[in-house]
Design a protein around this ligand. Sequence first.
Ligand code: ATP
Ligand code: ZN
Length: 285
Amino acid sequence: MGLTIAIQKSGRLHDDSIKLLKECGIDIANGVNKLKAEASNFPIEVYFLRDDDIPQYVEDAVADIGIVGENVVYEKNKKVEVVEKLGFGKCRLSIAVSRNEKYDEHSNYLEGKRIATTYPHIVQKYLDEKNINAEIHEISGSVEIAPGIGLAHAICDLVSSGSTLFMNGLKEVETILQSQAVLIKHKGLGAEKQQILDKLLFRFQAVKKAKNNKYILLNAPNENLAEIVSLLPGMKSPTVLPLAETGWSSVHSVLSENEFWDNIERLKAAGAQGILVVPIEKMII
Ligand code: ATP
Ligand code: ZN
């Protein structure tokens, strides 16, 4: 029996979830109004659901695994296990108040105030930790208009760029959670399904590693080869090939992008030329 994975039907996580499965070599026919789809080349079936419902479905084993934001996982607080952070859908859950309000984190501004949010559980936990008494007003959408219409003094909502807050005359004053998409699994997954999940995780990790690394090619004058090679550690050690022009070699290596930028000046100073940086699709080490 195959594995079932729940992903968002439409919305901010849908495209990246599909893309991740594709990068792992999993082909799914994605009809727009479909409820589910089976992969043709991997034992997995995809359910398309509202993100809010995914933790419950995974707790109940209706779906074995799911892709959902950490914000939803913590708000729903279902019995599921977070297996892997996926690196997309990044945002933060923040408190915002009207731009004209004086807010200072030590001034107890929120005490006795009313906060509008779609995340009542996370906000309550935050208030409890800080020993603040405030009223939570749960609403299901358009949270950012609440202060403007006198519904609440503050809001707690997801932010990525902050432009929505800005357009509504609000300012972000506290971040209470950093969030990204994660893979969750049912807690009592059987051995056979766990094996398929392990295969899938192996592929996820190969894709993730590849994204953080680049294939570097450059031409090096032979007299400085030792120095250039020492700047390009690589997975084992760099490949060095002679160029047709005597006195020059071609050096190939795999580096994290940061390592590359850290060393670029020294590579150039050592005479490296024709430097190419190429993306890697999969990386298995
Ligand atoms: P659904 O119809 O599935 O309930 P939704 O309207 O609740 O969708 P979306 O707005 O599509 O949800 O957001 C899905 C997830 O994307 C969020 O729960 C969050 O984890 C992530 N996300 C990333 N950036 C943002 C952002 N700027 N605003 C809202 N969500 C974001
Ligand atoms: Zn939702």
